[in-house]
Write a protein that binds this ligand. Structure first.
Ligand SMILES: [Zn+2]
Length: 477
């Protein structure tokens, strides 16, 4: 079936920077060589579009980037620039997709076809062009349409490469229930300073968008929570190879958090013993032993940590709260949990630990518990402040608390000089030439210098109470 394809030299030919620039500027033509083409595509109507040739030039130039005399820093800069170029290309692809939909709708209208479904077939065709499954094509079509119609600032940020396609998709999908007017307002406000997305990982970004969305509109949130409570369930399945049993379920948020925390506590205990099971194995064993009553279960209280402002707690403010172990929840739901939630049904005693945040910066100011020794209390504060591993873009769960500026070099054991890291990032920090320090600023920020000499910053996520949560936290003047 591939006999119609022509062979192509597979080894790249390296160009000089000047040659590459000339080709991209259109001053020089690419060296002639046969292109791979599907023979059936040749019979399609002749196109006047010159852009494919230009894009072919981009491909040829990127395949032939000069490779001599580059430092590690040069290569990292190239990788970063290529990533930004990918974002710009993704933006261009959304614009073509949206425009295609408009054209198809117009044509169907003129031909009096598919009145009930005027964009019929566009998603499937986009999927084929993108080498994806049909449902993915429709998803991409919806993403393109929503972004181009309601979120011009998000689109502009994608074009510039300050956010990537995954980030744009989160921003678009998390705002889809807002009315168009609110969505446009949020887009403008959220994208006011796209540079503030530096170092923000996907989980953290989802929380940040949710936080703004819930502050604008949480009208149906309580209905959804009530539905989740009503629809709670566990189901059992056979695995496809019939070698194991799988189960899945859905729980109201607070019940899910309690279960997650109880299993986490068992895996934490495990580290104290000479237990060779993995954390996942311990969690699975604990769940079965406890639920089936195979092991006596000591009754231990669960601490549900809720971070909120006193305005949200006492004055009916709409600013969302942060539920540790889950993420952002609406103010109303936070008040529902504090008032007792559906605790009457549950035998588990829930203690809610309230935290207050400083009125302008969202820095944590106090725990209202005096029960803990200092090291644990410090770790708790850092876990709540950082929420995820602090390596830029990581957002894996925190597994270690360590000194930002290493203790061996004289770094203090203080709240400022402590941060939360995942297992992998904690090891990465030990690489020769990897340096970190804390920067002055209203929100906790660390600066990371990598062995190739690049500088990155990581700022703790905005907590409830940050007046302007997504602005760059540092005064850079
Ligand atoms: Zn990490």
């Amino acid at each position: 079936m591939f006999e119609g394809f022509e062979d192509e030299e597979s080894m790249p030919t390296y160009l000089t920077v000047e040659e590459a620039g000339d080709i991209l500027a259109g001053h020089t033509m690419l060296p002639q060589r046969p292109l791979r083409r599907n023979p059936s595509a040749r019979n399609i109507e002749r196109s006047n579009d010159r852009v494919p040739e230009f894009l072919e030039a981009v491909r040829a130039v990127t395949a032939a980037l000069p490779q001599e005399n580059l430092t590690e820093g040069d290569r990292i800069s190239r990788i970063a620039e290529l990533e930004r170029t990918k974002s710009a290309l993704a933006a261009a692809q959304t614009r073509e997709t949206w425009a295609l939909e408009q054209q198809v709708i117009t044509r169907h209208h003129e031909e009096s076809k598919y009145a009930a479904n005027p964009n019929y077939g566009v998603g499937s065709e986009v999927a084929l062009a993108k080498m994806e499954a049909p449902t993915k094509g429709s998803e991409f079509l919806g993403f393109s349409r929503d972004m181009l119609s309601f979120m011009p600032c998000t689109f502009a940020a994608l074009q510039l490469g300050t956010i990537n396609e995954k980030m744009a998709k989160i921003i678009v999908s998390e705002t889809k229930n807002l009315d168009p007017f609110d969505r446009e307002l949020l887009d403008a406000e959220f994208m006011d300073d796209p540079e503030s997305f530096q170092g923000v990982g996907l989980n953290d970004l989802t929380d940040r968008v949710k936080r703004v969305v819930l502050a604008v509109d949480n009208t149906d949130q309580m209905d959804r929570h009530a539905k989740a409570l009503h629809d709670r369930h566990i189901r059992f399945w056979q695995t496809p190879d019939r070698a194991a049993m799988r189960f899945s379920g859905e729980l109201p948020i607070e019940k899910g958090v309690i279960l997650k925390q109880a299993l986490q506590r068992e895996t934490d205990k495990k580290r104290d013993k000479d237990d060779r099971r993995t954390n996942m194995q311990v969690a699975a064993d604990t769940l079965v032993d406890r639920a089936a009553g195979l092991q006596p279960c000591e009754k231990s209280p669960v601490n549900v940590t809720l971070i909120m402002t006193d305005r949200t707690l006492f004055q009916g403010d709409s600013e969302p709260a942060y539920l540790s172990g889950y993420g952002v929840i609406s103010a109303e739901y936070a008040r529902y949990l504090i008032s007792g939630g559906d605790r009457k049904e549950s035998q588990v005693q829930i203690w809610i630990r309230r935290l207050f945040t400083a009125p302008t910066t969202g820095e944590l100011i106090a725990l209202d518990s005096k029960a803990r020794r200092f090291p644990d209390k410090l770790k708790q504060l850092v876990a709540m402040r950082d929420q995820y591993c602090r390596t830029p873009y990581c957002t894996a769960p925190i597994k270690h608390f360590d000194h930002v500026y290493q203790a061996a070099r004289g770094g203090e054991s203080s709240l400022e000089n402590c941060d939360g890291r995942c297992q992998r990032c904690n090891n990465t920090k030990e690489i020769d030439g990897w340096e970190e320090r804390v920067l002055e600023g209203p929100r906790h920020t660390i600066e990371i210098k990598t062995p190739s000499g690049q500088i990155y910053r990581s700022t703790a996520p905005p907590l409830p109470g940050s007046d302007d949560p997504d602005k760059r936290p540092l005064d850079t003047t």
